[in-house]
Design a protein. Sequence first.
Length: 116
Amino acid sequence: MQKTNNRLEQLFQYLETNPNDSFARFCIAQEYVKEGKIDKAKGYFRVLKQHDPAYIGTYYHLGKLFEEEGDDDQAAQVYQEGITMANKNGDQHALNELKQAMELLTGGDDEFEEEV
């Protein structure tokens, strides 16, 4: 018998009445990560990225999922998109985290350059 995730159910109910709430989508993706449903999590992160590209946390967490699956090219692409968006929004904290994730991924390889 499968255990139901009450938090996930609550988030879906909330999202029904607040369909543009980016934080709710982010939380749903994170709940799927906790459950090990990585494809569903990536799907929610992708939807969030499409509907609210300025929601910076998406890039780091989605990139990490790709990295954990060994898809370094996809992870680097997502990190680079996040770096670009963080620069655009002037979010220095997120910019530093995304740059660090990129450096760890690429070993400091500057194949991926910062877009200003």
